[in-house]
Design a protein. Sequence first.
Length: 92
Amino acid sequence: MQECAVFGVPAENGLGQRPVAVVRLRPGTAEPSADELREQGREELAAAGPTPSAAVLVAHDAAGFPTGVTRKVLERATRTRWAPLLTGAGRG
């Protein structure tokens, strides 16, 4: 992974939030399978101590991993882009 951003989405039970990781892969690296990516993300998040992740997503372009001029992740824009897919708001 080249970069990773983690944000929260509402927990299914309504108590707190569950972390979601969005990753950007290093250029030229093969994309891992969804299972490999989820497992690696779970292992690393578990080692850090937070609650289990809700999802690990791959951003395939800059729109999926927005950063500012200083290259810091724009957390609100990242959450706005991905959270609806995980909370049901983006499902038809």
